[in-house]
Design a binder for this molecule. Structure first.
Ligand SMILES: Cc1cc2nc3c(=O)[nH]c(=O)nc-3n(C[C@H](O)[C@H](O)[C@H](O)COP(=O)(O)O)c2cc1C
Length: 189
């Protein structure tokens, strides 16, 4: 079952994609729960899977949790322009987003998300910095004594561009949405 049909208008496509992202933020089984976050690193782009924790429909914002010490934070500080990629294999549907990232660390928003976080707090509580080279797996898994929110960060990605591609036997359907300027268009696939 596809997400988009050839009879759908651009408005319908846009609202379907927004709906999919919204679902992904609420439903662990959604194909778009795991998304690829791309940042600009020094000499090459850097990518990694992250969990889409929440999508705010009105502001078109994605929420991601991470360790403040991880590489992506420094990359975003250097350049807040990021992109997101996701694909639903069953529905043969790809989403590509262009966004600006804002880092929330030790502020009200980060605290609210930390307080509501149910499990998984060890992800933000290793003794050593994520990405650090260590001699043993034990060293890698060494936890801080107290599980606290010192290294917990929330990334809020404000989407400005959205592109999607529905693979389709009768002709792929590719479309583009500029959310900042409220413009949309079909694209040659
Ligand atoms: C399925 C999956 C989900 C992941 N979710 C997150 C996540 O929500 N946040 C996060 O910081 N890292 C997550 N990771 C780990 C990252 O992919 C990455 O290894 C880590 O964040 C370090 O990235 P960096 O050094 O580029 O910052 C996930 C990995 C996988 C495979």
């Amino acid at each position: 079952m596809s997400v988009i049909n050839s009879t759908d208008s651009l408005e319908e496509i846009k609202s379907n994609v927004i709906q999919l992202l919204n679902r992904a933020g609420n439903d662990r089984r959604s194909a778009f729960r795991f998304i690829i976050l791309n940042t600009v690193a020094n000499d090459y782009p850097n990518s990694r899977y992250v969990v889409l924790r929440k999508f705010e429909r009105e502001s078109a914002e994605l929420f991601i949790y991470t360790d403040f010490r991880s590489n992506k934070i420094q990359e975003i500080r250097n350049n807040p322009s990021v992109s997101v990629l996701a694909y639903d294999k069953q529905k043969k549907f790809q989403i590509k987003l262009g966004a600006r990232a804002v880092i929330h660390h030790q502020d009200e928003l980060a605290y609210q998300h930390w307080s509501a976080l149910d499990g998984g707090k060890e992800s933000y509580n290793t003794s050593a910095d994520p990405g650090k080279q260590v001699d043993t797996l034990q060293d890698a898994h060494q936890m801080k004594n107290a599980f606290d929110d010192r290294h917990f960060a929330v990334l809020v990605l404000k989407v400005s561009k959205m592109e999607c591609l529905q693979l389709n036997n009768e002709g792929h359907i590719r479309s583009f949405f500029d959310l900042d300027h409220n413009q949309s268009s079909f694209l040659v696939p």
